[in-house]
Design a protein around this ligand. Structure first.
Ligand code: ATP
Length: 326
């Protein structure tokens, strides 16, 4: 049997319950998501969507931090639930939003890489470990001499995020799950980290799941892209094609929101008020399309029935507008 070199996410659903005023409401934070990320050849897959659309929940499921109620995930055709966790983490490594959270402030940063090498049994003797640290730092554009013996606070956010990537690289993963990896960094540093992901893909065959609400960096680095709306993937395809000509009304809404120059009129918010949270939950629980209440193109069927996926060339769109589209 031919082995697929991919991470295959099949019909994954995660249910949470949240207390809203006096009641407890269940909702599907990730709702029947199916998606493949190629590992060979490597690809950068951008996962975009506004705050609360389920991106981090999906990332946490992929990293086996939380477990889905339904669905299965296969890494190179093997169910990830059947991996021993250290073996699994050799293949998939996380990169978090705030690089300062990835490090113990009381511990020298190179020691963190050192311990990863030891814990994963990649090398045992100090000279071999030091040479691996040197190599991994070089791969992220840093010099071991400038890192050695220093504590996290002695680095900028951008440098520290590079060191976090270097630590992930020592296990030679196939995929980085990078959840908002540049959103805490100064705008001037963002592009250099984003370029680093591109370089790692090209030079080290590393795939990246790049999770962001920032469409411009997603456009810049992603090969393919998925757009998340209240737990559903509503549009999947080539990233440039999607953002040049979004088909799903929600993707069109996201693009317009980004182009809106007046920050007060921007429709995408990161901070959720209680009122917004309630709207979010009710949209998650919406019976038909989850964008129906905000969609300018909605018709009666969108309220009653969940749309399937319709294919337009290599793109898949979860919207009735494309049901009979040729
Ligand atoms: N452990 C949890 N228990 C209950 N609800 C949760 C839990 N984690 C996340 N949620 C809720 O699930 C929904 C999806 O959250 P998630 O963090 O996955 O969204 P997101 O797209 O990553 O948003 P952001 O960009 O703000 O991180 C939100 O309504 C969130 O409040």
């Amino acid at each position: 049997m031919k082995e697929n070199k991919e991470l295959s996410i099949q019909n994954v659903t995660k249910i949470f319950s949240q207390r809203i005023l006096l009641t407890k409401e269940e909702f599907k934070a990730v709702d029947d998501v199916t998606l493949e990320i190629s590992l060979d050849p490597p690809e950068i897959f951008g996962l975009v969507g506004e705050s609360g659309s389920g991106k981090s929940t999906l990332a946490n499921i992929l990293l086996q931090i939380i477990y889905p109620e339904f669905g299965k995930i296969y890494l190179n055709s093997k169910n990830i639930a059947n991996f021993e966790i250290t073996e699994f983490m050799k293949y998939i490594q996380p990169i978090f939003q705030d690089p300062f959270d990835s490090f113990d402030p009381m511990k020298k940063t190179d020691l963190f890489i050192y311990e990863t090498i030891k814990n994963f049994n990649i090398a045992k003797e100090r000279p071999a470990i030091e040479s691996l640290i040197n190599e991994s730092l070089k791969n992220v554009g840093l010099d071991y001499k400038t890192v050695k013996g220093k504590y996290p606070h002695e680095f900028s956010g951008g440098q520290l995020q590079r060191i976090a990537v270097a630590r992930a690289l020592v296990v030679h993963p196939l995929l980085l799950v990078a959840d908002e990896p540049v959103s805490m960094l100064d705008a001037s540093l963002r592009i250099s980290i984003v370029n680093l992901f591109k370089e790692l893909k090209e030079k080290h065959n590393l795939s990246v799941l790049y999770i962001t609400h920032d469409l411009s960096t997603a456009y810049y680095i992603s090969d393919r892209m998925g757009v998340m709306l209240r737990g559903n993937l509503v549009e999947i395809g080539n990233a440039k094609e999607i953002l040049d000509k979004p088909l799903h009304p929600y993707t069109q809404f996201l693009k317009e929101a980004v182009l809106e120059p007046d920050p007060d009129k921007k429709k995408i918010t990161l901070e959720e008020s209680e009122e917004q949270r309630m709207t979010v939950i009710s949209e998650y629980q919406q019976r038909g399309c989850k964008f129906v209440n905000r969609c300018p193109k909605a018709t009666d069927i969108c309220k009653e029935k969940e749309p399937g996926y319709y294919s337009i060339k290599s793109r898949k769109v979860k919207c009735f507008l494309y049901e009979n589209f040729k």
